[in-house]
Design a protein around this ligand. Structure first.
Ligand code: 2BA
Length: 108
């Protein structure tokens, strides 16, 4: 079994959750925050048998879209010492997936 840690955009999270639940996958949903944008995102934890991994990855791919967003970064203007903010385009998602070996899966 593998533990998938799947970070997705909030707008995709419920569609992905529904698509996975429809096929009886067991999921834990966490409300998380991205370190770079400091905006809310969603992290799903899924314990998945090896033979189901392709199916799960396929569902994730179909339900999570790449999007472009804008953020601002601070740029010190060297002459004045005053900080300016500069807009910056960022590509987010579709999904970031960590796949971890599970030593034991116990439900008591
Ligand atoms: P955030 O940290 O808010 O990052 C949002 C997007 O900003 C990232 O999209 C990436 O395109 C960009 N980004 C992140 N760090 C950057 C940097 N230092 N310089 C320039 N651009 C940067 P994704 O790569 O799709 O990541 C989406 C979310 O997945 C991240 O939200 C973070 O919550 C999580 N994530 C991504 N890689 C991770 C990692 N290696 N470890 C832990 N969490 C990760």
């Amino acid at each position: 079994m593998k533990l998938l840690i799947v970070i997705v955009q909030d707008v995709d999270a419920n569609f992905l959750l529904d698509a996975l639940m429809e096929k009886d996958y067991r999921i834990t949903k966490l409300a998380t925050t991205g370190g770079f944008l400091k905006r809310g995102n969603t992290t799903l934890l899924l314990g998945v048998e090896e033979e189901k991994l392709d199916d799960v990855m396929d569902i994730i791919e179909k339900n999570c879209k790449k999007r472009t967003t804008t953020t601002t970064i601070q740029n010190p203007a060297l002459e004045t010492g005053v900080f300016q903010t500069i807009p910056m385009q960022i590509n987010v998602g579709g999904a970031v997936v960590f796949m971890v070996d599970v030593e034991k899966y116990i439900r008591l």
